[in-house]
Design a protein around this ligand. Structure first.
Ligand code: FES
Length: 232
């Protein structure tokens, strides 16, 4: 069945403003949006730029806005989408070219929460044990693939570029909730700021946007509770 793809294009080296390119071709059953983009560069327009890697919803590289929703192109079936398929880069991030956005600022924000397991005691002879119940505390948050779909859907992010963003809070809570971590106050300190968890307006757009069904708002609430409790 023929489908229409409208893709936002912009090359800052050549274009004074963004524009849309339209492509029409048969999209067979089972074709993903990422495969449609491949079809375009292989058969119609090799100048189109987009980012991908795993093609299996694991690496987080192919986040983009598709028919107004933030999704992974590799995990979105064209047949799921109604009408013209409109593909745009994630908002709130500088466009490098077409659908490729600059992720440096997004990744750099994670550093403030020390996104790694910190131990203070000497390492045990064997592994650090964790019970199934303790592991369950992490399960809702550990599958974040850092695709920026949640962060770029947040209205606070659009109005305040220094806001840490929902994905940073998910990462912080993932370590605060980890029974093996011994520096919870250090992760918490990173989100306890003007641009931290207190600035969230609970718009819940991050919850709708996450392609891995993670609930960043619950991570934010958990962090706020922990901070309030720590203050006594
Ligand atoms: S290409 Fe890796 S998540 Fe889509």
């Amino acid at each position: 069945m023929e489908r229409v793809f409208r893709i936002r294009r912009f090359d800052p080296d050549k274009d004074s403003k963004p524009y849309y390119s339209e492509y029409r071709f048969d999209a067979p059953r089972g074709m993903t949006v990422l495969e449609a983009l491949f079809y375009i560069i292989e058969n119609v327009d090799p100048s189109l730029s987009f980012r991908y890697n795993c093609r299996a919803a694991v690496c987080g590289s192919c986040g983009m806005e598709i028919n107004g929703k933030h999704r992974l192109a590799c995990a979105t079936q064209v047949s799921e989408l109604k009408g013209d398929v409109v593909i745009e880069p994630l908002p709130g991030l500088r466009v490098v070219k077409d659908l490729v956005v600059d992720m440096d600022d997004f990744f750099n924000k994670f550093l403030v929460v020390k996104p790694y397991l910190i131990r203070k005691t000497p390492p045990p002879q064997k592994e650090i044990l964790q019970s199934p119940e303790e592991r369950k505390e992490l399960d809702p948050y550990i599958y974040c693939i850092m695709c920026a779909c949640c962060s770029s859907s947040c209205p606070v992010t659009w109005s305040r570029s220094t806001y840490l963003t929902p994905s940073v809070f998910v990462k912080a809570w993932r370590f605060v909730a980890d029974s093996r971590d011994e520096a919870k106050e250090e992760h918490l300190a990173g989100v306890n700021s003007e641009d931290g968890v207190w600035r969230c307006h609970t718009a819940f757009r991050c919850v709708e946007a996450c392609p891995k069904d993670i609930n960043p708002t619950s991570a934010i609430v958990n962090l706020r509770r922990k901070l309030a409790f720590s203050r006594g």
